[in-house]
Design a protein. Sequence first.
Length: 329
Amino acid sequence: MDIADLSERILKGERRALARAITLVESGRADHRAQARELLEGLRGQGREALRVGLSGTPGVGKSTFIEAFGMMLTAQGLKVAVLAVDPSSARSGGSILGDKTRMERLSRDPGAFIRPSPSQSHLGGVARRTREAIDLCEAAGFDVILIETVGVGQSETVVAEMSDLFLLLLAPAGGDELQGVKRGIMETADIILVNKADGELKSTATRTCADYAGALRLLRKRPQDPEGYPKALTVSAVEEHGLDRAWDEMTALADWRRETGHFAGRRAEQARFWFEAEVREGLLARLRREPVKGAMAALARQVEAGEISAAAAAEDLLETYLGEAPPV
């Protein structure tokens, strides 16, 4: 593969080249990983920067409908939009992004948009690495906005927040009991909460739900990366395409404030360090899964099971043997 030619075509915004490059970074083959590193290093420092928007939401909230309506609104303004996904559940259930791509029929045909299903992986680390690299490729290809959707639940919200400039939480109109089920952690992570389906019979319920979330957000400690009034809750209707423009205005206002105050660049620097440390951990774990370490681990595991040695002592012996020194206590 001619990496220099592929890089040049990506910088020109060629979709086929971008799709081929993402396929390359998704590969686990050693030669492909080496080519992917060469490609990414060559594209680094081009000065192209997209607004990375993470998006999460409960099943049935209408994420694909929202992404399509929101993406179409942005492309109508002349912006180029990429849609990616983080899906740690795909190896078990197949995820939903492939279905989303089918349902987002209008957006998938839009020349200003690019939709990419997430790779099917059995562990979140692999998915996160490939999504991060896909983000870098989409930025190099000149996309203005990258929507990063979490298809899974739980840890995936944290993962996406660590690769996004803004994090949106999409929720459906609900009563008090449902509000209690929203974890404090994700409320603290969200920059903007969007209550979807604010139309028809649910419009008044959505308005009340939005007010409840706004009240809950005011109880949270103000974050240094937020101007006055953030984080905030808004109502939207993806079906009627109502409130999308206001949501976009709030996103850009928050992003602009963070750029002006240095929080934007600071956050990206923190994320770079976070993913460096994650890569080191993932690399160490990968080495533990190889021979001869794998065989030594299996032998020690049998001794632990038989009660011949404690788990802590076995782990210390293994690490001391293969890392050259005992781990810190």
